[in-house]
Design a protein around this ligand. Structure first.
Ligand code: FES
Length: 765
């Protein structure tokens, strides 16, 4: 084989030693594909593997870019046999009239999007709701069978059976021949993504051929009663309306492929999840204590140890990924498991972090128009499994020293067996029957980061100024709290209410978080709760820290401006700038010295740079004088009441973009008034969908209803988490408090939780 990089010169071939050695059937990749490609993520994110004759892609952004462009990067080879099939095996398959053709995962445009649109309906959250009781019942029955045993192989006892039963029910296929179907599914995986020996190929070919015929027979039976339940009959009915879109060959291929896809990946993902959580006991116990964490725990396990570790594409024309040029016809192995551990996208990617707020960005379900249609069924099952087990068997443990084995293949990963044990005498339901009742139900769809609250304890509460109290928060078990940077805020969950407060302590002491809270009688009650009810020793939920008001430490000089309680993020910035030795001035305005917090600390630490404006002394902040001229290298950071920030916006009108950074105290006001809103249409370019946003709906809600995962946090236009990229459409009605005037003017992004559009827009989703 000549070098595919240079064309011919094998001696000068730039394929590195590691690239040459890469073997997706080797033990390193089989045990941990993300770890096996760490070197690639660091040094050669796109490399040619001579052993596989594929180009391997290992970084998050590169994989997403390939998923996004399914014209240049065709999915046509997604189901091709990765190991060439022997003539004998081909003959066996031919004997069964095996003719696996296009399915949803390996077909090109425009057919793919046409079919997806025609067949999508059953996957909406409303339809999936109807499957929940069955998943719950099956899980409870499986647990009832094993709960007094004291040990079980979860894979054999339930993790295959339940997803398979649910898949068959969803498809409308009779729930019989389950063992045979499991055997067929394994054969299909080995046949498509494995490296069977010549002898195995024959055996596998017989199983796959039988599977093909089985699928054909079930399909024929369904055709005789097309009005029955299930997605396959729905597809048969749709065939009558769209015969060119939903063809016979398509239905037969889909019947076989989807039986596998709909359960094998969920079975593996669930086994991976239980293994990972039980291996880190403190995480398991955290989930047992806080079932609200379950949706994100599932998502984080899908990211950390997902069941789908790679997908394939082929270039239809010369293309460039990163700085590597690929010829037409280049075969690509996108290792999504590696992308999920890319530190360029996920902080501390090797850590399983139940509180990770972008876990939903993982690539385990793929991305774009080929993203897994069944993702919300998988999530539903995994959440219910975890909810039932953490409630009824919280004392369950992994059987120590067991060897985990995997079916050797490039793309799907889950242990063949997962042995757990527990002491039945300690089963909680032996003491209380109530334990048998579910504690939580979960919405269909991506997890909400609103559930990601850790518990903190109020260690100290003191008066900082008139109507301002300072709070010190610590972990109840003495563990360090998360790192933060100046400008960051946290959300305190107070009596079911979430309230945002900027951090004002020392980021170098993560054992405590410091906040200052102003009593605001006109607010929704959060500050009153803090002032009047919150006591030292109380435990509260805390989300974050998050930083949407980040200090750019590369500037040459800074102007910091605070109005009232807006001093809280600003004092942390001033501390940081002093530590960095950067020049800054700090302007702090308030009604009177009695109402201004931190005056002593400011005088002691920042006296030379400090300018105070207590208005009862006649001191007035002169904005023009404070900010000076638009000098290159100067940055202005301001937090305070709206009138102060609006005056600053006005004063800096016409300045170069990016010099002013502001943080508002609250949302802009009513974000959605259905009586006044207009509907608008959104084209999702990556997914090939068009979504209507009704007057009583936010864009975020409409995207989620269409099955598109968009992370969100405040849902008030304050945090920037729900930002989406706008690719066309100019008339955007920005209602957030995140984007600056310049950023709005660029017209290429908007906040999905609050902003709207007039007319039609396109998004890169
Ligand atoms: Fe915070 Fe939209 S979720 S701005």
């Amino acid at each position: 084989m000549g070098c595919p990089v240079t064309g011919t010169a094998v001696e000068g071939c730039p394929v590195s030693h590691q690239a040459a050695e890469f073997d997706p059937f080797g033990s390193d990749y089989q045990l941990d594909p993300a770890e096996a490609l760490r070197w690639s993520r660091n040094q050669a994110p796109v490399f040619y593997s001579p052993k596989l004759d594929y180009w391997v892609i290992s970084r998050y952004n590169d994989i997403k870019a390939v998923f996004r462009d399914n014209i240049t990067f065709s999915p046509a080879i997604a189901l091709e046999k990765i190991t060439p099939v022997s003539q004998e095996a081909q003959d066996v398959l031919r004997g069964y009239d095996y003719a696996m053709n296009r399915t949803l995962v390996n077909e090109d445009e425009p057919q793919h999007t046409e079919r997806r649109r025609v067949l999508m309906e059953h996957f909406t959250p409303e339809n999936l709701e109807g499957h929940k009781p069955m998943v719950r019942r099956l899980t409870r029955e499986a647990l009832d069978r094993i709960i007094d045993q004291g040990d079980a192989d979860l894979v054999n006892e339930m993790l295959w059976e339940i997803p398979l039963t649910v898949a068959l029910h969803f498809l409308g296929v009779p729930e019989e021949d389950m063992d045979k179907l499991r055997e067929y599914s394994i054969a299909h995986t080995v046949n498509t993504w494995g490296r069977p020996s010549k002898d195995e190929q024959i055996k596998v070919a017989h199983a796959v051929g039988n599977f093909w015929q089985y699928a054909g027979k079930v399909l024929e039976k369904m055709r005789a009663s097309p009005d029955g339940p299930g997605w396959m009959r729905y597809a048969i009915r749709q065939q009558a309306s769209y015969p060119e879109v939903v063809t016979d060959s398509y239905l037969h291929s889909m019947m076989m492929a989807i039986i596998v896809a709909a359960h094998e990946t969920t079975a593996h993902a669930s086994a991976n999840m239980f293994r990972r959580l039980l291996e880190q006991r403190e995480l398991w116990e955290e989930v047992c204590r806080k079932p609200r964490l379950i949706p994100n725990a599932v998502e984080e396990c899908l990211r950390h140890t997902g069941s789908v570790v790679a997908w394939r594409r082929i270039t239809t024309r010369p293309a460039t990924i990163g700085d590597v040029q690929l010829p037409e016809g280049a075969r690509l192995l996108m290792v999504t498991a590696s992308g999920n551990h890319d530190e360029r996208h996920f902080e501390n990617p090797d850590e399983l972090d139940l509180y990770r707020d972008n876990a939903v960005d993982h690539l385990t379900f793929g991305y774009g128009s080929h993203q897994c249609m069944g993702k919300n069924i998988a999530r539903m099952e995994m959440r219910i499994f975890l909810e039932e087990f953490t409630r009824r068997l919280p004392h369950m443990e992994l059987v120590p020293r067991q060897q985990f084995t995997y079916l050797p293949n490039t793309s799907f990963r889950g242990p063949d067996h997962l042995w757990v044990h527990w002491d039945p005498a300690s089963n909680p339901e032996r003491r209380s029957d109530q334990v048998r009742e579910p504690r939580m139900d979960f919405d269909i769809g991506a997890p909400s980061v609103k559930d990601l609250a850790r518990t903190v304890r109020l260690a100290d509460k003191r008066v900082l100024a008139k109507d301002i109290v300072g709070l010190s928060l610590e972990d109840p078990h003495g563990r360090p709290l998360p790192n933060w940077t100046p400008g960051a805020h946290v959300e305190l969950l107070l009596d079911e209410m979430g309230r945002h407060y900027s951090l004002c302590g020392d980021p170098e002491h993560p054992e405590r978080l410091e906040l200052a809270v102003l009593r605001e009688p006109a607010s929704r009650g959060g500050s009153i709760y803090v002032h009047e009810r919150l006591q030292v020793g109380d435990e509260v939920g805390l989300r974050g820290p998050k930083n949407h008001f980040r200090l750019d430490e590369r500037a040459e000089e800074y102007v910091l401006i605070a109005g009232g309680i807006g001093i809280t993020p600003i004092i942390a910035m001033a501390d940081r700038l002093k530590r960095l030795g950067k020049p800054y001035t700090l302007h702090y305005a308030g009604r009177s010295r009695r109402t201004m917090a931190f005056l002593d600390r400011l005088a002691a630490e920042h006296g030379d740079c400090l300018h105070l404006y207590p208005s009862d002394e006649g001191a007035r902040l002169q904005i023009d004088a404070a900010i000076g001229e638009p000098t290159e290298g100067r940055q202005i950071y301001a937090c305070g009441p709206d009138r102060l920030l609006e005056a600053l916006e006005l004063a800096t009108d016409g300045w170069p973009a990016g010099m002013l950074h502001v943080e508002h105290f609250g949302a802009a006001g009513a974000l959605l008034d259905p009586s006044k809103e207009e509907a608008f249409e959104v084209v999702l370019e990556d997914s090939g969908l068009t979504v209507q946003v009704a007057p009583d709906q936010t864009l975020l809600e409409a995207l989620r209803a269409a099955g598109i995962d968009v992370a969100s946090d405040c849902e008030e236009g304050l945090c920037g988490t729900c930002e989406v990229t706008v690719t066309s459409g100019e008339d955007i009605d920005h209602r957030d408090r995140v984007l600056s005037r310049e950023e709005r003017g660029e017209g290429n992004r908007m906040m999905a939780c609050c902003s709207r559009a007039r007319g039609k827009i396109s998004l890169a989703l």
